[in-house]
Unconditional design. Structure first.
Length: 1010
């Protein structure tokens, strides 16, 4: 049944036929599509008045606006051509857009790519006939009235073709012509039906970046070559570099067999960078591996992907990551070692994080033409791509289903075990020494709170005194003691004021330095770009008298240009020239890219009492200058940005010199315990030993545990790790610290014993019947019938999604059937769902008390429908806040969310706002609401708790209630029951260091017997 047939079926009683209703008009041009109605009509519609079709279209357009995909206009919205092409069919139907074009395209190619007369003409192919067409934004018109909607691949290709046709002859050089063919081939690979004639046999490639391969010479030195990431060997490229004009402003092209590689100007510069620094002396190979940016400009050459290396005269390349060195190894590469087959990968890869890391490494290796890759201490043969891919798929299945996971085999030789025990002994001695120092810390001097504009909460005072005790001890340590007490991890829950506590600690540090007549060294704050302005605001709001000489924002567009040395591009490229034979830095030979030191005069960055705010990107790019400065304190905000020890910014963070380093993050463990090790090793080197020691002690036992005991092992080790870190980490949660917060109750519709603040509430329980029960059983019946005759691997997940949707509403997949015009129709449609009936009862109760509520759900289709229905039932204009990546990329989008929340809270009495739990993780506070309904529960219990905490923060005055409605099956446990049981079984320890656990789809399938 098509859209309009569906709409016609909606006529009931007094309801107007939705098909006959007028919706938004639309007009397309090259920039996109304008959706509009008359201005007075639009004003009424925004107040909730108008036909159902327009209301539904407005909801869809506002959701696109919230995602950053639609721009509001005076009487409508503008959506870019690319975003219209990317709309799904449901959205397109709601907006009454043309259907997708189902035909193909043929091309007529004239001339040679090296000539300005090169042209490509395209026609649409419809039922075997070539038909000319006109392009209007994302729409293809075969006649003045017959229009179709293009896919993103089709739009990409036809727009590129149109742009090329409009170029002046002098602009149609080889680079422009080849780029057109590359774009057409890209569209073809992405699903466009496109006949490219003789170019079907010629592959045009535009590299995403330029990397590095290396040849190990007989004398132990390395000979570097550029890599284009397309699998071309260094020899093939080496024979063709003379095809390039390195001075050409428009780039150039390489012809390699049946491929043409187009190099844009910045890629030419990257190739020049590698060719200009080809020789790495044998005594500097280690330095090159550890710090490649000392030899090559990381702004030009992609060093994040590692590099591939081979012995001269041997054709096979081996890929390895930069930074992977062992101080006792003389042969960095072990290229003569027989590689292990792909079947060895299950032993090497023992976590999902390692699986992801290996997948990235092997893709980079294949792109560089490598046959082997160094990973996890092994050299793996990757020449057979199919075999490698099969192994990785099986490993992924085992990791997602622990029942299939092989036990870890301990094959350490006695020599290895003896060596490891010595390392452990050293680590234990150092650990005990550091812990003893921290235990001896005392801080009897209270800050002069009158110097600060805000009175701290008790937990903030406790945190500040904890920090000051450690800082005071660090101030007394010898600066050249590598394992001195020098840092800490502030891992408080979000909303407890980590920035405020950090700034008070900085103020006290400077005050105490002054009192003891010591240098008041500059302070460095490293934070994500979006938080730099927040730090400036917090400085102004924290102190009565700002203790800093001034504030410098070391970021392009702000103060960076003031402190860059004119004529110096990047200091990292000088590193290879200024290290002596002993790898010791010649301070006098450095040409710093930033003005530092007394000789810089008034331009000097590192001035006393200066606060420098910068980003993790700038830290990476200017790490040498920043690492030379003697900082007083360094604060890493959102420190999870340096959780990966292999990234350049993490290495730079470890190299910064400071009296005290403070790492602040509310999520000290995001994906794996490896995150935690890297953070603690940056804050306090040596506390947890090296990575190998940490992994053997804290990670391997969890991986080796069977499913029945894994949670217990995780709990024991997590608490043990927390105890091991001891006073070097402070972690508090709001429930324990904010005594002024009202009570929080969690009401659940799944029958279970009450526990803590979790209360079973029968009013939130409903049982499927009628249409919903039949739809639920039909899904299960269809699955079991297929299961009897077909291989259902991969299909069960689709069934799971259907059960989830049916539990929400039996006709959720038919959105346009569910559009209503009035409150009575809306209640009737919602009544088809047992869960939505419970929701209405809950909302009616909240309305009686004049309170506000957040409805959390993931499915956008349900978000749109609930807004339509609840607007009609309660006379509201409900806002929807989503959490797509595009919606948080721009500051304006974040502000618009805050404005929506402000409007929601400003309305007196009852109100509703609809949110995605994903959006709830971007710093939103909604204390105007004191009810939360998780209509569609998130599979990650931490995400669900984080979403609930939007209302449970400083400023909340009313008791908070979290509602978890559930729909039951009359005979056996339904989807909601299984998901609730699994969520409750996940480990949620607030005072242990554990990885966050997410309910997997496989767990639900297993629980339901599918």
């Amino acid at each position: 049944m098509g859209l309009f047939d569906l709409l016609r079926s909606m006529v009931s009683g007094e309801q107007e036929n939705v098909t006959a209703q007028s919706g938004f008009q639309f007009r397309a041009d090259s920039s996109g599509v304008l959706f509009f109605i008359d201005l007075p009509e639009f004003a009424e519609l925004k107040q909730g008045n108008g036909p159902a079709l327009q209301k539904m279209q407005l909801i869809a357009l506002r959701m696109l606006e919230e995602q950053g995909l639609a721009e509001p206009m005076a009487n409508g919205f503008h959506v870019s051509a690319e975003d219209v092409a990317g709309l799904d069919d449901e959205q397109a139907e709601i907006l009454k857009l043309p259907v997708r074009f189902s035909g193909g395209f043929t091309t007529e190619i004239n001339g040679r790519t090296g000539n300005s007369g090169f042209r490509v003409n395209a026609t649409a192919s419809v039922e075997g006939q070539d038909v000319p067409f006109n392009l209007k934004g994302p729409f293809l018109y075969l006649t003045s009235t017959e229009g179709y909607r293009l896919s993103q691949a089709e739009l990409f290709a036809l727009t590129a073709l149109e742009y090329h046709q409009q170029l002046a002859p002098e602009g149609r050089g080889e680079g422009a012509n080849l780029r057109l063919m590359a774009e057409l081939q890209t569209a073809q690979r992405n699903g466009m039906k496109l006949d490219l004639g003789h170019f079907e046999k010629l592959d045009v490639v535009v590299p995403e970046g330029v990397g590095v391969t290396a040849t190990k010479m007989p004398d132990g030195s390395l000979f570097l070559s550029p890599s284009l990431g397309d699998g071309t060997s260094p020899e093939e490229l080496g024979r063709r570099w003379d095809q390039l004009d390195f001075d050409a402003e428009k780039g150039g092209a390489l012809r390699i067999g049946k491929r043409v590689v187009l190099l844009e100007p910045e890629k030419i510069e990257a190739v020049k960078e590698v060719l200009g620094n080809r020789r790495i002396p044998a005594d500097r190979v280690r330095e090159f591996i550890e710090t490649p940016s000392a030899f090559l400009d990381a702004a030009l050459v992609n060093l994040e992907l590692g590099f591939s290396v081979r012995v001269e005269g041997i054709g096979k390349l081996q890929h390895m990551e930069f930074g992977e060195t062992d101080a006792k190894k003389q042969d960095w590469f072990a290229l003569d070692k027989l590689p292990a087959p792909p079947e060895a990968l299950p032993k090497v890869i023992q976590s999902e994080e390692e699986l992801t890391q290996f997948q990235e490494a092997v893709e980079a290796a294949w792109g560089q033409g490598a046959d082997t890759v160094a990973f996890g201490g092994e050299t793996i043969d990757i020449s057979n791509r199919e075999s490698v891919s099969t192994q990785l798929e099986q490993i992924g299945d085992r990791l997602r289903n622990p029942d299939l996971q092989d036990p870890i085999i301990n094959d350490d030789t006695p020599a290895t075990q003896e060596k490891l025990s010595l390392v452990l002994k050293d680590a234990e001695e150092l650990h005990e020494e550091l812990r003893q120092k921290a235990k001896d810390v005392s801080n009897n001097d209270q800050p002069d709170w009158s110097q600060y504009a805000r009175e701290p909460f008790p937990h903030q005072k406790e945190g500040i005194l904890w920090l000051l005790g450690l800082i005071e001890h660090a101030r007394q340590e010898q600066a050249d003691n590598l394992y001195r007490l020098q840092g800490a991890l502030l891992a408080d829950d979000m909303g407890l004021g980590k920035t405020y506590m950090s700034l008070v600690a900085v103020g006290e540090y400077l005050s105490r330095q002054k009192a003891s007549r010591k240098q008041q060294k500059p302070i460095l704050v490293v934070a994500p770009l979006t938080l730099l302005e927040n730090w400036e605001d917090e400085v102004a709001a924290t102190y009565n008298g700002i203790p800093f000489k001034d504030i410098v924002v070391l970021q392009s567009g702000r103060d960076l240009t003031k402190f860059r040395v004119k004529g110096e591009k990047r200091e990292a490229a000088q590193m290879a020239e200024i290290l002596d034979n002993d790898q010791i830095l010649d301070q006098d030979a450095i040409r710093y890219a930033l003005h530092i030191g007394p000789e810089a005069g008034t331009k000097r960055l590192d001035q006393e009492r200066r606060l420098v705010l910068t980003t993790y990107q700038a830290l990476r790019d200017y790490q040498f200058s920043l690492c030379r400065i003697d900082w007083g304190m360094v604060i890493f905000d959102e420190a999870q940005n340096i959780k990966n020890p292999n990234t350049l910014q993490a290495r730079a963070a470890k190299g910064l010199k400071a009296d005290f380093k403070l790492l602040a993050t509310g999520t000290p463990v995001e994906n794996s315990l490896g995150d935690f090790w890297c953070l603690m090793d940056t804050a306090q080197p040596g506390l947890l030993g090296n990575w190998t020691t940490f992994r053997d002690t804290w990670i391997k036992p969890i991986l080796a545990a069977d499913e029945e005991s894994r949670d217990e092992v995780r709990s024991t080790l997590g608490q043990g790790l927390r105890d091991t870190v001891g006073p070097f980490m402070l972690r508090r949660v709001k429930e324990d610290q904010l005594g002024g917060l009202p009570a929080k109750t969690i009401r659940c519709g799944v029958p279970q014993p009450d526990h803590g603040n979790l209360v079973y509430t029968s009013a939130l329980t409903s049982t499927m019947e009628g249409q919903q029960l039949r739809a639920y059983e039909d899904v299960l019946k269809g699955y079991r019938e297929q299961q009897a005759t077909e291989d259902m691997r991969g299909k069960a997940l689709s069934v799971l999604q259907q059960l989830r949707e049916v539990s929400l509403h039996p006709r959720l997949r038919h959105e346009t059937e569910l559009m209503t015009n009035d409150a009575a129709s809306a209640r009737r449609i919602m009544g088809e769902s047992a869960k939505l009936s419970v929701l209405l009862d809950t909302l009616d109760s909240i309305k009686k008390n004049g309170e506000k509520v957040i409805l959390f759900m993931v499915t956008k289709r349900l978000q749109r429908l609930l807004k339509l229905w609840l607007d009609q039932i309660y006379g509201l204009n409900i806002a929807i806040i989503n959490g797509d990546t595009a919606a948080v990329a721009k500051k304006t989008d974040v502000l618009s969310r805050k404005q929506l929340i402000t409007q929601f809270e400003a309305n007196a009495g009852f109100n509703i706002i609809i949110m995605s739990p994903v959006a709830a993780g971007v710093g939103l506070t909604v204390v105007g609401a004191n009810h939360v309904v998780h209509l569609e529960r998130h599979w990650n219990p931490a995400k669900e708790a984080q979403a609930s905490d939007r209302v449970y923060r400083i400023g909340q005055k009313k008791p908070v209630t979290i509602h978890l409605p559930a729909v039951l099956h009359p005979e056996y446990d339904a989807f909601d029951v299984h998901l609730d049981r699994l969520l409750r079984g996940k480990l949620m320890l607030k005072d242990a260091v554990v990885t966050p656990e997410v309910v997997s789809e496989n767990e639900v399938l297993k629980s339901m017997g599918l």
